[in-house]
Design a protein around this ligand. Structure first.
Ligand SMILES: [Zn+2]
Length: 165
């Protein structure tokens, strides 16, 4: 929660702006729009399964999820998806399509951009926020896959027999 105005350091409070209550400065024009942050999550088919990473950072340390993360300032979303995959898995991938853009709800202020990508090179090894990386087939998916939307997208992928959901 914003404590004071980042422009003039005066106090902020809830003000009705554009039909909604927004946190805004009491003395200058600053409005805290608080737009959702986009994050990427990428499905990479490999050997009849999908590449998942085991997290070594909060939240959900030790759980598995799709590789991905926050988009850097002024970075194109597809480039962010490919960069995050490379950083976390050692794999070079090429984004093929976007599968969907979803918000988790429950007050979590992000939008997850799900991409389908194709493996093009590199060697699988965990980096950055991952302690392990491996390919899971449908029948051996781990019980501890975190993030509801990741689980949903993985399930849809396998329900389509490996076709993009
Ligand atoms: Zn201000």
């Amino acid at each position: 929660m914003l404590k004071c105005c980042p422009l003039c350091a005066n106090s902020v409070r809830l003000l009705a702006i554009g039909g909604r209550d927004r946190i805004a400065c009491t003395s200058c024009e600053f409005v805290h729009w608080d737009n959702p942050k986009p994050v990427t999550a990428t499905l990479i088919p490999m050997d009849g399964g999908l590449v998942l990473v085991r997290r070594n950072v909060e939240p959900f340390v030790d759980d598995w999820c799709l590789p991905g993360g926050f988009i850097e300032a002024r970075e194109c979303p597809e480039e962010a998806a490919m960069r995050e995959v490379l950083e976390e898995t050692g794999l070079e991938v090429q984004v093929k399509s976007i599968l969907g853009a979803h918000s988790p709800g429950r007050g979590i202020n992000v939008i997850i951009l799900f991409y389908l990508a194709e493996f093009v090179g590199g060697t699988m090894k965990p980096g950055d926020d991952a302690s392990e990386v491996r390919v899971f087939k449908e029948r051996d998916l781990p019980k501890n896959v975190c993030f509801d939307l990741h689980r949903k997208m993985i399930r849809k992928y396998f329900e389509g027999n490996g076709r993009a959901p």
